[in-house]
Design a protein around this ligand. Structure first.
Ligand SMILES: [Zn+2]
Length: 94
């Protein structure tokens, strides 16, 4: 797995983070099948938005993606194998 990490204004890096872990009853792990760069990510890179949201170096970027649910905890409402599209207001269930 690869991810893009914010390193400060004008700095990003592609790294291989640890595998995700389910921590809470309503967590799920999603295998990302497609992703893109959002204008928000570009503004973080430029430094015109990172201070507004308190973005810290070491934060993984990228919130524009789709994928497939691979693993869930007991309280998660989605089913394994379902297509996943994230929306901040409804937790991404489709
Ligand atoms: Zn976006």
């Amino acid at each position: 797995m690869k991810a893009v990490f914010y390193g400060g204004v004008g700095k990003v890096s592609v790294e291989s983070p640890d595998d995700p872990v389910l921590l809470h009853d309503d967590d799920a792990i999603v295998r990302v099948t497609a992703a893109s760069i959002c204008g928000t990510d570009v503004r973080f890179y430029w430094g015109t938005m990172s201070s507004l949201v308190g973005l810290q170096p070491g934060t993984a970027l990228g919130h524009e993606f789709v994928g497939v649910i691979e693993e869930t905890q007991s309280a998660y409402r989605g089913r394994i194998g379902a297509f996943f599209v994230p929306f901040a207001w409804n937790r991404g269930l489709v």
